[in-house]
Design a protein around this ligand. Sequence first.
Ligand code: SF4
Ligand code: SF4
Length: 477
Amino acid sequence: MRSSPLIGIATFLATKILISTLIVGLVILGLSLLIGRYFCGWICPLGTVIDLSDRLHQKFLRGKPNTIRPLRAWKYSILIVILIAALFSTQVIWFFDPIVIITRSMTAAVYPLIAFLLESGLKLLLSVGILQDQLFSLYDLFRQRILPINPIFFQQSMTFAVIFIGILLLGLLARRFWCRYLCPLGALFGSFATLRFTQGIAVASDKCIDCGKCQRICKMDAINADYRSHARSECIECMSCVAVCPTSAISYQLRPKFAPQRIDISRRRFVYSSASGLIALGLIKTGFKNPIATGQVVRPPGALPEPEFLNRCVRCQECVKICSTTGACLQPGLLESGWEGLWTPLVNARHGYCEYNCNLCGKVCPTGAIHPLELSQKQQLRMGTAYFDKSRCIPWYRGEDCLVCEEHCPLPDKAIKFDIREARRPDGTVAVVKFPYVDEKLCIGCGICVTKCPVPGPGGLFLTNAHQQRWGQEAEF
Ligand code: SF4
Ligand code: SF4
């Protein structure tokens, strides 16, 4: 993800801050001036998965046209929308970047599914009662080393799975449909490839016997009808045509040659795309939020201030995945923080808590949306504040002692204190009860009290973002 030039450029445009990933991305992009759209053919993991699924689709494609050339312009339109939106400080790159799509799909859909299936299978074998010792060792190895994720499905797993499967199924319309017609990263590399300084694919006209094998094998539909020329913006340097040519008429050459080609986008489409970018921007900025959930938008420790966080976070779900191995509090959000916050990580304290001795999310975040913190820093940083719901908390509601939340509070001085006094219970009897309350000056909002509260349903406490402290800011009191 750190290598995607589109993420680097869009993040730079949106935040006006030069992040180190941009440099790496620009180097990778710059190489396409020498070796064309090599990234799509040899590096992009989504492209590789699409190739594999396209092989399955081949029998359905047989005999059907697999070229819809007018659609080539779509990917440039998407690229323009992304860049215009970023220029006006709104990120939509997280929806379209192929590296983010594959990371998110693997992290939040495929990986948990594999973990769930493997764990279920192992448990089934254990229940049969044979080879118990070996199976226990295998189970331990699996849980601790191979897939240390809780075999859970994250809140948006189904959405991510549907999008991923949808992209693969597009291969039924044409091979590498996503790469040919939709991918904005492909459009970026394609634009640079048209300006390359080297030859790339070269055809010896006199050797060509017009058999058309090269055109049929080209998964990007890059070879023109004359079999002797091709669209540089589409060629992904896969060399399939070189390999298939029966007369060796096609070769790959890196000798200098500068012959720029036009990319497949008209001036009118450029204007329409720019206008669409502005309209998308307006829609996203409408600021629709779930009013009930707004106060409960609790971000991971070390999250940047909200506008910066939204512009940096690419919704890769890396933090959500790593969190599932410790406290398991992070989940991809929906509209709690508006359209701009779709799929961003939120703390769901009823689901899990922020482990006091963990600082992993900041370490895995590829864009710095969550600042990497030392453990000592993280243990003092306030994510929010917990409050008691006196209509549900056992001592407040029933007049009976319950110390669960206080016992779990990880702070040396305990942020949950007690007010000990006589109280009348619902049955009329009087008893001395320890009424818990949160010391707002101490609470760091880790949420463990909310997670562990034994009251069913929403529990006797809830977590809010009151007094939250974003990276580089003081806590709000
Ligand atoms: S620091 Fe907290 S939120 Fe971040 S991964 Fe660890 S438990 Fe999860
Ligand atoms: S906060 Fe960072 S790690 Fe988490 S989803 Fe956003 S970019 Fe990915």
